[in-house]
Write a protein that binds this ligand. Structure first.
Ligand code: SF4
Length: 94
């Protein structure tokens, strides 16, 4: 599953959620953001249309952090930084 917030993309590898007992991402989303992530039939899901998720997401990154430490490392967040590729090329850090 994946969805976008304003400037980031949240990617959840649901195959890694099998056997997760903490569902830490859901708690983190409720605690630090607006509760976009929910449990439905024991599985994590994002609640809302693509437009709603993009509008409601606070880009707090808490789900990724909590999944990394208390879940199964299923969440990846892509946060593109405008101009980073050009900067790296200019400074030889590619
Ligand atoms: S904490 Fe991670 S592994 Fe557990 S349900 Fe959430 S995304 Fe899946």
């Amino acid at each position: 599953m994946e969805f976008n917030e304003r400037t980031i993309k949240i990617i959840i590898d649901e195959s890694k959620c099998e056997g997760c007992t903490t569902h830490a991402c859901v708690d983190a989303c409720k605690t630090f953001s607006r509760g976009i992530l929910e449990l439905k039939d024991g599985k994590v899901c994002a609640n809302g249309s693509a437009e709603e998720l993009e509008r409601k997401g606070t880009e707090c990154l808490a789900c990724e952090y909590e999944c990394w430490f208390r879940g199964n490392g299923a969440i990846t967040i892509e946060a593109p930084i405008e101009g980073l590729d050009a900067y790296r090329q200019r400074h030889g850090t590619n």
